[in-house]
Design a protein around this ligand. Sequence first.
Ligand code: 1ZZ
Length: 588
Amino acid sequence: MHENKNDLGCCFSNLAEMLQSRACQFPELTAFVFEDDEGNQQSWTFAQLELRSRSLGRWLARRTSVGDRVLLVYPPGLEFIAAFMGCVYAGALPVPATYPKPRRPSPRLDSIVEDCRPSLVLTHSSSLAGLCLDQQSPAISELSWEPTDLVSDDQTNSFEPISRSAENLAFLQYTSGSTSEPRGVMVSHGNILHNLEAIRTGFSIDGSVHQKGVFWLPAYHDMGLIGSILTPIYVGGTSTLIAPTTFLRRPQRWLELMSETQATISGSPDFGYKLAVTKMSEAERDLLDLSHWRLAFCGAEPINPATLDEFATAFESAGFRRSAFYPCYGLAESTVIVTGGQHPSGPRVLHVDRAAKRNHRVVPVAESNGSSQALVGCGQACKGITFRIVDPVTLEAREEDQIGEIWVQGDSVAPGYWNQEATNNETFRAKLVNHGDGEFLRTGDLGFSHEGELYVTGRLKDVIIVRGRNHYPQDLERTAQAAHEAVDLGAAFPVEVEGHEQLVLVFQWRREFRGADHEAIMHAIRTAIVEEHEIDPHAIVLIRPASLPITSSGKVQRKKCREQFLKDELAVTAQWTNHLCSGDELPA
Ligand code: 1ZZ
């Protein structure tokens, strides 16, 4: 589609220039297609996207000042993309947010609003009635909600995007942090353009081939926003989008669209590949042609070597190549991608001694060794990014094959979290002891380097990652406590089931509810967790009053509780275990 290898000249100083340049180069090329649950498709060329963004940019520039935060609360669809770029054109800071459940309080949205104090909320007119704003908290309902799909395009609009330099912020990415302590990563134009270039070179995209992608990743998460929306604009590709819920209901649609559009790039956290294997019959797989899929990225949660094997085997006859897998590691604090390396090299699997690994040492062993554990390499550092493995206590750099905290350096590393100056110094400006090599981002993740490749082994921080999304234990515990009046103190923690992180919830019941129906309590907890957090727990355990391990100051000891759960040492009065496998559908 592109005329020559060099037509991706990528020297932009901000995201608005990026879109304008691509709309000039490829005006008639389809930029985005969105397919809804009924199979209806809407598509925009680069010129249409640019016009729509410019129309919204002009409209917004009259309503906001440069640097104002603008919350984006959209159902999946193309209008989100125009609103995001419209904010960029107007010099406002877009803040993508999860879509709240209708007629329900949204503690997460409340806390984001409280933290970044947006001057406007942009949404789609189809959402306004359904969200029942009068039933949301005053912090949310009193904001000015504007449906941007009602703003019309004006061909004569000659609005010029507000000039922004590399240091100016491009957007806030709320991904990490608990509900009570939200953390909005401040991503600058320089950060995002640096990371997009790291992705472009890592993915070996040189403009000689027109890249097509199919994605179901949520647009409010860094991997979805950057992977399925900003990268396609940066490389002048075509991106076909479906809603995350469409994928969860019918994972087939992801791969059918890959086949129908002859897509070259797509990706998912580990769970998505697993879900596709579990949910597709041989007959359905036989109808697919995945031979054009040259890069299948996989990241955002631990990568299970078995998932890659199962997917590659299941879809081999559809033309999928195992060498297309591109395992990668990243985090919003470094925009998105950190490692992945140069494609194509295919995934590397290292077998290490399990016991040595527990002692932070890496001892490669044969696969046949009874105590071996297989780990998938997440590639080498991407262009312009460096990582180090550091002893989290002494802050000294560790050698190859020693496990430590992953520290990251480069122009993709964000300046910090919005409103969190104290944390920012510790997290984003860490220094190695005895080395004069500048400031690093402390990721809180654990890993090691082996032959230049990063292997992620766990994390220091207390986050639970299920289906590629981070959850803070305290948020899950709070939801469970609110689900039924008999639920007292408890602990949420991850356990590994079939190579995947799964959620376990352990709660004391309140003495005054001695005669309560334990089945009903567990059912209420499960329903609330599924609805609020979209996770189906692996187990829910009710234990005797006052038997939860707590510290002398009354803090829940999650690690101890997990140990007691694994050793069957809890004072259990009732337990429910989920017999669905991790890929099964969430209950309605
Ligand atoms: P977030 C074209 N984690 O999840 C698009 N990777 O960010 C290219 N744990 O801040 C996209 N093994 O929400 C390339 N391999 O969570 C995408 O997630 C590259 O604990 C992957 O601290 C980007 C993931 C972005 C993301 C970050 C946390 C990390 C870590 C965990 C991410 C992982 C992984 C194990 C991996």
